[in-house]
Design a binder for this molecule. Structure first.
Ligand SMILES: Cc1cc2nc3c(=O)[nH]c(=O)nc-3n(C[C@H](O)[C@H](O)[C@H](O)COP(=O)(O)O)c2cc1C
Ligand SMILES: CC(C)CC(=O)C(=O)O
Length: 347
């Protein structure tokens, strides 16, 4: 099932990782990771929307000292690149989520562990050397859900990302064609046996219920409209993640970077905004921050890095992006990420 000992020196950018992963992962695993919903229109838009944004440059600024640091939920962050929650890492590498956690530590990044982890939360916490967050799929069994949140808290997971965009996964034709089914050794410990279908029709009342006992900051993952962003602020969550689930749920929703500016205007800096979906280049990160995000998360590239090179592969994905981000800051004349604003975007 695995073919993880690739020569990573051949890898130059994140697209190379995808190409290499396509030749090294099982067809089923690759199709699971790479595919988008239905006709994959939003999947393409997540990329083309970034491509279509043009950058302004500003010359003769002092860029001798670059600063990518900022504060998120009261904690210092060295750079704005995080690992998005993705399910079933044992499909991609025998060390599974432990390798992802080690890679995250090597790159000094925060790793959001999926509810559909194939490694128990305590083992990941033991292996981690950088901050962990936990992504929650709320289950019908509320006492199970409450126990899981409290377990994550007790293990030191620093924030809770509640995924709100997946009452059901979307139409995934390529997964169906590839005969997606979890091999016996790939066990999602907290899935309640409902693999591939979270079936979690949660409502705003459930968010209030989660707030009533959760001690760590709560973020809502999967906000795509200004109304929902306004509601999120109103109910008092600590942050939102603008996400269309990597274009895996509802096809023809807009690209995340397209909706970001409107959501940022509504939120008006009351709570932090993170973004994921199609981030593949250092310039993408610059654009996201200029348009109102504090940080970005990576989904598919981390899966490809893991499949090609375990912890080293994961770390290399982040390191490549960090280098690209530094170059983009130098070349746009922007030494400090926290100073970025919409003037960086060319109109
Ligand atoms: C293979 C895979 C599994 C995913 N599993 C989850 C998950 O368990 N929970 C979740 O909230 N999001 C999940 N997502 C969505 C990601 O968290 C993220 O929103 C998305 O991948 C970001 O887009 P990108 O892949 O273009 O970087 C998954 C995405 C992929 C590609
Ligand atoms: C089991 C899946 C619903 C996990 C997921 O979020 C995804 O594959 O996008």
């Amino acid at each position: 099932m695995y073919n993880n000992s690739a020569d990573l020196s051949e890898i130059v950018n994140l697209f190379d990782f995808e190409q290499m992963a396509a030749t090294r992962m099982s067809r089923m695993a690759y199709e699971y990771v790479a595919s988008g919903a239905a006709d994959e229109i939003s999947l393409r838009w997540n990329r083309t929307a970034f491509d279509n944004i043009k950058l302004n440059t500003s010359v003769l600024n002092d860029v001798s000292r670059l600063d990518t640091s900022f504060t998120l939920l009261g904690r210092p962050m060295p750079h704005p690149i995080m690992i998005a929650p993705t399910a079933f890492h044992r499909l991609m590498h025998p060390e599974a989520e432990l390798a992802t956690a080690k890679g995250a530590g090597m790159a000094n990044t925060t790793y959001v562990v999926s509810s559909f982890t194939t490694t128990p939360l305590n083992q990941i916490a033991q292996a981690a050397t950088s901050p962990l967050w936990f992504q929650l799929y709320v289950r019908d069994d509320r006492s199970f859900t409450k126990d899981l949140v409290q377990q994550a808290e007790a293990l030191g997971y620093q924030a809770l990302c509640i995924t709100v965009d997946t009452p059901t996964p979307g139409i995934r034709d390529r997964q169906v064609r590839a005969g997606f089914a979890l091999p016996e050794e790939v066990i999602a410990h907290y899935s309640l046996g409902e693999i591939g279908a979270p079936k979690n029709p949660i409502t705003w009342r459930d968010i209030e219920w989660l707030q009533s006992f959760t001690k760590i900051p709560i973020l809502l993952k999967g906000i795509m409209s200004t109304d929902d962003a306004a509601k999120a602020v109103q109910v008092g969550v600590s942050g939102i993640i603008v996400s269309n689930h990597g274009a895996r749920n509802l096809d023809t929703v807009p690209a995340t970077i397209e909706v970001l500016p409107r959501i940022a205007s509504i939120v008006n800096k009351q709570i932090p905004i993170l973004l994921d979906g199609g981030v593949r280049r250092g310039t993408d990160i610059l654009k996201a921050i200029a348009l109102g995000a504090q940080a970005v998360l990576l989904g598919k590239p981390i899966c490809y890095g893991l499949a090609c090179g375990g912890a080293e592969g994961v770390a290399k994905v982040i390191e490549i992006l960090k280098d690209e981000l530094h170059l983009a800051m130098l070349l746009t004349g922007q030494p400090r990420l926290v100073n970025l604003n919409r003037s960086l975007i060319w109109h």
